[in-house]
Design a protein around this ligand. Structure first.
Ligand code: CA
Ligand code: CA
Ligand code: CA
Ligand code: CA
Ligand code: CA
Length: 367
């Protein structure tokens, strides 16, 4: 194997014995049973109406990680769910979960997009993903005519230790596009991306640091605020204004003083409802989702879970996304898409996938 300077180096591990593996399996199943028991205690339940085809995985291992939702402005039935497959690239599904594309682009971890990007004479959405194969951000383009995801159009070699979480931001004030990436060591970098004379370019505008491993991030385009989930601590906020002060503030009630939050904190997404702004976070330790009101009246609203009905329930969610568009007039409050850590069809374990939930059933918990 050719070694590359930017490639994460695996630490040599002592040989694992069968006893170690048995202990690990026992601990895992204990943790699983505990999380399932806590999950069952949440009264607020929603159900998936669709699920995507299982992700492509050679070994049946962890594969699906993070989704983003692409709303086609011309024809909402051409909308897409773009999901990362940690082992194989991007997978693209229609809104009912049918796989449309598989883009081999390396080991992508988190994905996000912003609309209204001009690329070589076409208008569309700019998609970005943290790519662990090259310690980079990979960019893709969905033009509004074809509604298909391109191959990689551009990449940025990152300075963070090992790229991990990722979010896009489009400043409402300036219309500029930004890509934000974090690394396992807690470094966060913000790059501006733009087209100059038909070529994509980037410049780094901010660097900040959190104390331990971050992953899920979401940007509020109106206030230029970044929400960062630090897996074992809390959710933090930082300014995305270029040349910011690097100051981090904690989101109220997003740490372990709130009994509804059980580490890790994973995927984050923002949405608006009746003029107020909310954030949903995956509370991975109890297989639930926390809703926070953000803005002036910052508070924890409630938690809910995705239970089983005709489609299996959802456990241990990594990434998630929300789009509050009205899809074919059917879902007046939009769609919620989450990664499912344990995908079952009947009693049969399948590879991981993404579940699709109408936001109508989520917003009714907001009081
Ligand atoms: Ca995402
Ligand atoms: Ca994680
Ligand atoms: Ca499941
Ligand atoms: Ca993840
Ligand atoms: Ca299933």
């Amino acid at each position: 194997m050719v070694s590359c300077k930017n490639q994460p180096q695996e630490e040599p591990k002592p040989a694992e014995t069968e006893a170690d593996r048995n202990t690990e399996a026992r601990e895992d199943s204990l943790k699983m049973a505990e999380a399932l028991a806590t999950q069952a205690q949440f009264a607020n339940k929603v159900y998936a109406i669709f699920e995507t085809e299982p992700s492509v995985s050679q070994d049946g291992d962890d594969a699906a990680d993070d989704p983003c939702i692409y709303l086609s402005p011309n024809d909402s039935s051409k909308s897409l769910i773009i999901g990362t497959n940690k082992k194989a690239g991007l997978e693209v599904y229609d809104m009912m979960g049918k796989r449309l594309q598989h883009i081999k682009c390396g080991l992508v971890n988190n994905v996000d997009l912003r609309h209204g990007f001009d690329f070589k004479g076409k208008k569309g959405a700019l998609v970005g993903a943290s790519n662990r194969s090259k310690n980079s951000i990979s960019f893709f383009f969905v033009d509004y005519q074809s509604n298909t995801v391109s191959d990689e159009i551009y990449s940025i070699a990152c300075g963070v230790d090992e790229v991990y979480g990722f979010a896009m931001h489009k400043s409402l004030a300036s219309g500029r596009f930004y890509a934000i990436v974090n690394g396992k060591n807690g470094m966060v970098e913000q790059y501006e991306v733009s087209m100059v004379n038909g070529k994509m370019i980037n410049s780094k505008v901010n660097t900040f640091k959190v104390n331990s491993q971050p992953e899920g991030m979401a940007a509020d385009d109106e206030t230029a605020t970044l929400y960062i989930g630090v897996e074992e601590e809390a959710i933090f906020k930082a300014s995305l204004m270029p040349a910011n002060d690097g100051k981090l503030l904690m989101l109220n009630q997003s740490d372990s003083t709130n009994k509804n939050i059980e580490h890790d904190i994973e995927g984050l997404a923002l949405f608006k409802h009746k003029g107020k702004k909310y954030l949903i976070a995956s509370s991975q330790g109890n297989f639930s989702y926390a809703i926070f009101e953000i803005g002036k009246n910052e508070r924890h609203v409630t938690n809910f879970v995705i239970a089983e009905n005709s489609i299996d329930g959802v456990e241990e969610t990594d990434g998630l996304d929300i789009s509050t568009f009205t899809y074919s007039g059917k879902y007046p409050n939009g769609i919620f898409v989450v990664q499912d850590g344990f995908n079952y069809d009947g009693g049969t374990a399948k590879t991981q996938n993404f579940k699709i939930i109408p936001m109508d059933s989520v917003v009714k918990f907001i009081k």
